[in-house]
Design a protein around this ligand. Sequence first.
Ligand code: IMP
Ligand code: MG
Length: 173
Amino acid sequence: MVDDQSIKVLISQEDLHERIKEMGAQLTEDYRDGNLFVVGILKGAFVFMADLIRSIDLPLEVDFVAISSYGSGTKQTGVVRILKDLDSTIEGKDVLIVEDIIDSGLTLKYLVENLSSRKPRSLRICTLLDKPERREVDISTDYTGFVIPNLFVVGYGLDHDQIYRNLPYVGIV
Ligand code: IMP
Ligand code: MG
């Protein structure tokens, strides 16, 4: 059993599902004439992405990248590395990057620059959570689930030292 005694709920399962349904409807509208290619950032985005793509009523492809910008714990190391790259080409595709949370913005800035050079037809960012107070680089998102204050959150894919990803809600440790 997950020890969630010390976790306070920030965004409930119901609120997550409601918002993700709205985001899916918006994406379905926006990409109706597109060639949607959804890129999830491992590991944190996999839970959100699984629910998000099932709320998009369009043919789409999925792929994943794994990027490491953090050591264990809550403090950022500033080092960005690609641990796993995309399996296929994104040239001419309408790429939607799906992220769990934007903090400093360093991870996404790096990924956007990297993927842009591969000539996608379009490239947009969809994040479940955004902590704008923590931003260190200029990066704007196209789709945001929830803007949250400067707190370390876990659950619904987000971890603390690799634990808590399976909590069905977003909570504060
Ligand atoms: P950024 O490069 O600083 O924007 O880092 C974003 C990444 O840091 C996310 O993909 C998360 O993996 C991780 N991260 C940032 N804030 C939190 C948090 O509050 N809880 C869990 N992971 C976080
Ligand atoms: Mg992450």
